[in-house]
Design a binder for this molecule. Sequence first.
Ligand SMILES: Cc1ncc(COP(=O)(O)O)c(C=O)c1O
Length: 374
Amino acid sequence: MNPSVPAPSPLSRIRPDVRAMHAYHVAPSDGLLKLDAMENPFSLPPALQRALGERLGALQLNRYPGGARQEALKAALAAHAGAPEGSALMLGNGSDELISLLALACAQPAADRRRAVVLAPVPGFVMYAMSAQLQGLDFVGVPLTPDFELDERAMLAAIAAHHPAITYLAYPNNPTATLWDEGAMQRIVDAVAAQGGIVAIDEAYQPFASRSWIERMRAEPARNAHVLLMRTLSKFGLAGVRLGYLIGPAALVGEIDKVRPPYNISVLNCEAALFALEHADVFADQAAELRGERELLIARLRAMPGVQRVWDSQANMVLVRVPDAARTFQGMKDRGVLVKNVSTMHALLAQCLRLTVGSAQDNAQMLAALEASL
Ligand SMILES: Cc1ncc(COP(=O)(O)O)c(C=O)c1O
């Protein structure tokens, strides 16, 4: 090696598109009331904290995860969700991982004439586009209507034009909190079937929604033979645990499961999830309280002078339009409340803030900060 010639930088070995991209930004939140990421505001009751601690402490941390406990977790999740007869379930380290694995399983070799396509309504959850980019699929975003409903005609036209491998329908959607019209959903699901594609229905916010697609899957399995239902325990109350799951026809789930890292769910995630499902009533009560708080929050936001628009919500978030989102966001932060400024994510979200629904006390503090910052 010639010491006068500098060695090339190892950074040159990192993909140019990765070097050009920004990492997923998690906003610093120390000392702030955190209402930016749709987390459940309630912690476990003290008696359950102690019982969970004992359960976790007794685990065999020296052994790789898997085996009977993971099968027990799959069975408990299938029962909890009411999975259709004969369907299979796959576990992910949060649904973020499942989104990545689905893209990985569908990415076609670069030598192919056409890259595989991921299609989703926009604005939507950012990981659908990000997973496509990272795994070498093309992303097609179909704008929602200005009222944040599905543009059914545009969706059907895009499906016919692009033959997507994966069509995402977040049900309800993030960040608009919309639960799509069931008839439009069905026609899109049917159109994807006719093209031989996969539909991924992402029900991350199911604890706060009035409907689930699982009812359609149970009622008409053949019509949903290309549908994967994605759920997570994050919004249920366990965002820190990282546990997502995918329910679908066994043949399809079996193929995607092949690209899953073998030990992706730690024994701690698995046991904490099993424990939470044994106490599902505690979390169901919390979700019910948050649904009630959401309606109070929406009513108070609609009565607040200076808030231009408040959208209905079927999730634990509320989207609002204000005259100057950047100024209001900063004003709320200065008053100790962190929300999400989504106004630069998509043109349809101009001057919009996304507020997470918290406890009664959190929401009162958030409303006071908002009012003072408008
Ligand atoms: C629509 C949607 N899907 C999936 C996720 C990711 O959830 P998880 O915490 O399970 O990775 C989120 C997170 O905010 C989301 O909004």
